[in-house]
Design a protein around this ligand. Sequence first.
Ligand SMILES: Cc1cc2nc3c(=O)[nH]c(=O)nc-3n(C[C@H](O)[C@H](O)[C@H](O)COP(=O)(O)O)c2cc1C
Length: 211
Amino acid sequence: MASEIIEKLQWRYATKKFDANKKLTNEKLSVLKEAFNLTATSYGLQPLKMVIVSEAKMKEALVPLTMDQAQVKDCSNVLVLCIEAAMTSEYIKKYFNKVEDLRKTPREILAPFESFLTTSFSEKTEEEISNWMSKQAYLAMGNLLTVCALENIDACPIEGFVPAKYDDYLGLKKLGLKSVLVLAVGHRAEDDLFADMKKVRRGIDQVVIEM
Ligand SMILES: Cc1cc2nc3c(=O)[nH]c(=O)nc-3n(C[C@H](O)[C@H](O)[C@H](O)COP(=O)(O)O)c2cc1C
C-alpha cells in the first residue's frame, strides 16, 4: 500500500493542459467535497468554504483573472478555496453547540476552551486571523491534491490569480468569504507535455534530517 501511494504521488503533476471534453463524475466530485470537509483544521474550527465553478462561461471568465492560465477554462471544475471574512464569537459558539450536540459533552466541560478561543480571537488583528485562516486553506489544498492523486483526478494548484477579482466576480463578499487558493480539477489532455516530465525534487537526504 505504501508504495502504491508513492506511485500515485508520482503520477500526479500540476496539470498544465486539461482535456476540455472530459468531466469529473458526480461521484468523484462528492469524494472531493467529503475530503475537503474532512481536512483537519486548527481547533477544528473549519474557517473555510469551497466554491465549485462548473459552468463553462464562468470558467472562461476566470481566465483573465488567473494570469491567463487556461487550466481554469479547460478543467472540469474550478475549486475556489475561501476563508471566512471574520472569526466571530457567534461562529465559535456555533462550533461548540455542535460539539455539545454531537458528542453529548456537557457545556461546562467545553466552556473553558470556548472562552479561551473567544478571548484569544478577540485579541488578534484581522490580518493575524486571516493569515491563520489561509494556513487552513493550504492544508485543505494539500489534502485535496493527495486525494486527487489517489482517485486518478488530475489537478493544478493555482496561486497565480487575483483574489480581489475572484471575490468580485463570484460575489464572495456577500457570502462573507475571501478567495485564497484555486484548484483546477479534471483530466489531463493527452498532449500535455508536462505529464511525462521528470519530477524535480531535492534528494530525500537533503530535505529530511534524522536525529
Ligand atoms: C500553492 C501552490 C501554488 C501554485 N500555483 C501555480 C500556478 O498558479 N500555476 C501553475 O501552473 N502551477 C502552480 N503550482 C504548481 C507548482 O508549480 C508545482 O506543483 C511544482 O512545480 C511541482 O511540480 P508537480 O506538482 O508537477 O510535481 C502551484 C503549486 C502550489 C503548491
